[in-house]
Ligand binder design. Structure first.
Ligand SMILES: [Zn+2]
Ligand SMILES: [Zn+2]
Length: 361
């Protein structure tokens, strides 16, 4: 019997997100039904609602979630009912050309639930990033539900399912930040601050936070930034050079997704430095780079997909770092809200006033 649950739906382009009753099937082979405890409001949910991701309306929003496995379908041995899980939007298939090359963190055919969740009239829903967790319950592929230590608070734990993992992995996996590196992070929202925390824990010598908002720069310092630059009044390229002996940073993480900040990142690297793009650009935006400098400065320009993470490997590690007090996941939670308040939270997010609003169920 399908479960009737409350869920936040975007019915059509630019329409306000609304709570509706939806039908969630019992899990089939390879699927699990998860009772959601908390789900963070991410920019990508707003992008879905604005029609900037695809036209496959109606969307079931929410994808940064933690909960308890309520039922497991036939053949599922992990996780089991009762397990505390964080949901991932990457569940490597094991058989695509990237998985076969031993790079499951790029998996090109990530697993999702096969059965659709629907509106009461049977209209199938497109779950955001294959999850759809602004709901009392959701249906995902078993590989998307990653077991972590149940001592973690759900509203903090869920955040590693998207923004925190993306920023953390951008620094450590994509950028390869290690001991003694100098790092600059442009944009100090959830993703940028996670990159700052990861760089500090990885042993970076200097971690320079760049933003246009002094309050955000203060928060970045709490996450481990050693220096901060307000790029509204200062040329950030010059400032980063000054803070790195005149050379530039070894690794720059761009967590905004705009051409201006990307070009700043390109220019504030040391020779042979790495620029990691973690900010998601808007559709249709182009960028122009000085071709000769692209060659003569060397190094690498990399894009980070979900922090090049392997959820089953990385989620339990981040939760353990949180529980041992080394990673303050709780500091990302600006406010906890009800399911009905997601639309209002989008508005606060647009104004840049929150790190994360988290729906608690
Ligand atoms: Zn694969
Ligand atoms: Zn997200």
């Amino acid at each position: 019997m399908p479960h009737e649950v409350r869920a936040v739906i975007a019915m059509k382009k630019d329409a306000p997100a609304e709570v509706q009753t939806v039908l969630v099937p019992d899990p089939g082979p390879g699927e699990v039904l998860v009772s959601i405890q908390a789900c963070g409001v991410c920019h990508t949910d707003l992008h879905y609602r604005e029609g900037a991701v695809s036209d496959d309306f109606p969307f079931l929003l929410g994808h940064e979630a933690a909960g308890i496995v309520e039922a497991a379908g036939p053949g599922v041995t992990d996780p089991r009912p009762g397990d505390f899980v964080v949901l991932a939007w990457r569940a490597p298939c094991g058989s695509c050309r990237s998985c076969r090359k031993g790079r499951p963190w790029y998996c090109f055919d990530s697993r999702n639930a096969r059965q659709p969740m629907t509106l009461l009239d049977g209209t199938p829903l497109s779950p955001a990033l294959g999850i759809g967790a602004f709901a009392d319950k959701t249906l995902v592929a078993a590989g998307q539900a990653v077991r972590v230590d149940p001592a973690a608070r759900p509203e903090a734990a869920g955040l590693i399912g998207c923004g925190v993992m993306a920023g953390w992995g951008a620094a450590v996996h994509t950028g390869g930040v290690g001991r003694g590196d100098t790092v600059a992070v442009i944009g100090c929202g959830g993703v940028g601050n996670a990159a700052i925390a990861a760089s500090a824990l990885a042993g970076a010598r200097r971690v320079i936070a760049v933003d246009i908002d002094d309050a955000k720069l203060d928060t970045a310092t709490q996450f481990g930034a050693t220096h901060s630059v307000n790029s509204r009044g200062t040329d950030p390229v010059e400032a980063v050079r000054e803070l790195t002996g005149g050379f530039g940073a070894d690794i720059v993480i761009e967590a905004v997704g705009r051409p201006e900040t990307y070009l700043q990142g390109f220019a504030m690297r040391d020779l042979a430095g790495v620029l990691v793009q973690a900010g998601v650009p808007a559709p249709g935006v182009t960028i122009e780079l000085p071709f000769q400098e692209l060659f003569s400065r060397g190094g690498a320009l990399k894009s980070s997909w979900y922090g090049d993470c392997l959820p089953s490997r990385d989620f339990p590690v981040l939760i353990d770092l949180y529980l041992s007090g080394k990673l303050d996941l709780g500091a990302f939670v600006t406010e906890t809200i009800a399911l009905e308040e997601v639309e209002a939270a989008f508005e606060r997010m647009r104004r840049g006033k929150v790190l994360r609003s988290v729906v608690v169920l």
